[in-house]
Structures are given as C-alpha cells and as structure tokens.
Design a protein around this ligand. Structure first.
Ligand SMILES: Nc1ncnc2c1ncn2[C@@H]1O[C@H](COP(=O)(O)OP(=O)(O)O)[C@@H](O)[C@H]1O
Ligand SMILES: CC(C)(COP(=O)(O)O)[C@@H](O)C(=O)NCCC(=O)O
Length: 331
C-alpha cells in the first residue's frame, strides 16, 4: 500500500480510498495480454545489448504493459490537443492549430534505485510504437553545479541535494521543450570525471517523447527571491514514474554498483574514483558506504522519498530489483 507522504487530516484507515489504483505485479503483468507489439527475438537481443542487467521477464511483465499504458496516454493527449485546436480554431488571430509538443515523462527516485536502467528500457520500448518513434532520454545530472561551484558554495557533501543543481536552468530546459522549441540544449555530466564536461552540450530536437530522469524531478519549485512561488519542473510533465524501494535494498544496490564500477570504469586513468582501485575492496566499499550514509540516504529521506506521492505511477521494487507492486494515479 503506497501512502502519500502528505498527512491526511483523519487517521488513514486500512480501506480508505487513496488517489492511486494499487496493483500487484501479477495483476499488472496480466494486462500484458492486452499489449499488442509483443517483443520480437531481435528486440530481445537489442534490449540485452543495452548492457543493462534487467531480466526479460521484468521487461515483459512490467515495462511492456507500461509502454502500452504510455502509448494510450500519448494518444489521449493528442486527442486533447485536437480539442484545444477545435477551440482555438483558425480565428485569424494567429493562434491557429497548435503543433504537438513532446510528451514529457519524469522518472524519479533515489540514487542507485534503478532510474537510468528503467528509463533506458522504457525509451527502447516506447520507440517501437508507430505513433511515437522518436524517444529521447535526458538525465538531470547535467544540471548539477560544476564541482568548482559546489566547492565554492560548500556543497560537495550535498551533491544530488536540490541546492546542488541549477534548478532554474533545468526548469527552463523542459519549459522550452514544452513550448515546442525545435532545438533545446543541456549541459553534459560525466560519471567518469564526476563533474560537468566543460563546454559539452547535448541537443534535443523536438522528439515525440522526452524522458527526464533524475533524483529531483518531482521536487516542488522553491519560491523565488521575491518569495513568490515558481512553476516547477514537474509542472511540465505529462506523466511521471517514481521508482521506489527500501533504503536498505538501495544501499546494497549502491555498494554493488560501486563494486562493479571499481572493476570496470574506475580502472580508467582519467576516472575520478581511480584511487579506489588501488586500495583494498574493503577500504573502497567503506568509502562507498560512507557516501551512501552521509549523502545519498539523507537526500533520499529528506528530499526524494517525500516526492513519491506526486508521481503518476509508483513502481515498488523488492530486494531483487523486481517490481512487486504498482500504484497508478486515478484520473
Ligand atoms: N531491474 C534491474 N535488475 C537488476 N539490476 C538492476 C536493475 N535496475 C538497476 N539495476 C542495477 O542497480 C544499480 C543502480 O541502477 P541505475 O540504473 O544506475 O540507478 P540510478 O540511475 O537510479 O542511479 C546498477 O548497478 C544497475 O545495474
Ligand atoms: C550524480 C548523482 C547525484 C546522480 O545520481 P544518480 O544518477 O546516480 O541517481 C549521484 O550519482 C552522485 O554522485 N551523488 C553524490 C554522492 C555519491 O558519489 O554517491
């Protein structure tokens, strides 16, 4: 049972209605049969090629039905656009029929909960649908303040916290995309150098669907310096997914990822974490455990988990990364 972090005035009884339809994994995966476009053998191979560790039962049981749900939402949004254009008509006032803007999906959750992996699988599955073949994926990492700026502001131990991002630039990025701009660019973050790549930009060219993945995508906008509330990033989302799990399980996944990266990417001489390949694995994992317990876990508890109740869909994972239950926002 996913309960919204917001405290309802009366004590929530077991059967009080919530804004969500709660489905077990089996109830959700049974919806797969209504999903046309079953995966072909070639597509299975391509998904494996993404280099992700996700198993194909998870793709078929969870992500394929989700791609169908999103396909329905995209088509329904297109129908709403028709209503908008019927209303605006061609009144000769220059506001004739509006071209479609990208359907924007936010993917939120803790560091190491599996956001990037889920987002990549979703991107591959959504691109299969003829109605929206162009699916782009952007992470909010690119909007982190550069390490030099974090150091100047004393924020190096708050990396990933709301204040460590250029939130105004991030919100403007998605606002420009929803405004229908043909080309919008964003900075690029490198996990190798653990910093923003100087001078590098990625360009988004009006895709059919844009997935925005990051810890902070559901956080409400902070008020402006004048105290007035501002439009937040999530106000521009057409759909959002919160990937949820127990903090203890995410810590294990974070340490496992660090261990895997220590044997691979960290070996690169230009890796920020190269020094952890020259100490014992135990010492390296002690460092990772400290990063988890002093930075990522407090950020999860203080800033990320409280945004779960803002998501359209909550995916609740068990210790094996398999989605156990799903909660879909009622309309
Ligand atoms: N469905 C899954 N099955 C198995 N391992 C997974 C799954 N999703 C993510 N992982 C692993 O968990 C770790 C964190 O995943 P990642 O996508 O990098 O998380 P995030 O983007 O939230 O930081 C990685 O080591 C990844 O390989
Ligand atoms: C860059 C990040 C904030 C992004 O989070 P993620 O994409 O892993 O969810 C995070 O990976 C990070 O570097 N956090 C700072 C503490 C740490 O090194 O784990």
């Amino acid at each position: 049972m996913i309960t919204s972090p917001a405290r309802s005035p009366q004590r929530r009884t077991e059967h009080a209605p919530t804004p969500y339809v709660d489905l077990s994994r089996d109830e959700w995966s049974a919806l797969r049969d209504k999903t046309p476009l079953p995966l072909t053998a070639d597509e299975v191979e391509r998904l494996r090629g993404l280099g992700d560790v996700i198993d194909l039962d998870e793709v078929r049981d969870v992500y394929l039905p989700l791609s169908r749900l999103l396909n329905l939402y995209v088509q329904a949004t297109s129908g709403l656009r028709g209503a908008l254009n019927t209303f605006l008509g061609d009144a000769g006032n220059g506001h004739g029929a509006q071209r479609g803007t990208p359907f924007v999906i936010g993917v939120a959750g803790s560091v190491a909960v599996g956001k990037s992996t889920s987002a990549r699988i979703l991107q591959a599955l959504l691109a299969r649908w003829p109605e929206h073949p162009r699916v782009e994926l952007v992470t909010t990492d690119g909007f982190l303040l550069p390490m030099k700026e974090l150091q100047a502001r004393g924020l190096t131990s708050r990396k990933g916290f709301p204040e460590s991002y250029d939130r105004r630039a991030l919100t403007r990025f998605v606002a420009d995309i929803k405004a229908g701009k043909d080309e919008v660019t964003a900075p690029v973050y490198s996990h190798l150098i653990y910093d923003i790549v100087p001078g590098e930009r990625l360009t988004v060219r009006r895709p059919d669907i844009l997935i925005v993945e990051g810890l902070n995508v559901l956080q409400p906008a902070l008020p402006g310096s004048d105290g007035r509330t501002r439009v937040g990033l999530a106000d521009y989302f057409d759909f959002s997914v919160y990937v949820d799990a127990r903090a203890e399980d995410i810590e294990t996944w974070y340490l496992n990822r660090f261990r895997k990266l220590r044997a691979t990417a960290f070996q690169d001489p230009s890796s920020y974490f190269r020094k952890y390949t020259q100490v014992s694995e135990e010492e390296a994992l002690d460092y990772a455990r400290t990063m988890w317990r002093t930075i990522n876990k407090p950020n999860l508890l203080e800033n990320v988990a409280p945004t779960r109740g803002r998501a359209t869909l909550v995916l609740r994972k068990g210790p094996d990364h398999k989605v156990q239950k799903l909660s879909l926002r009622k309309l």
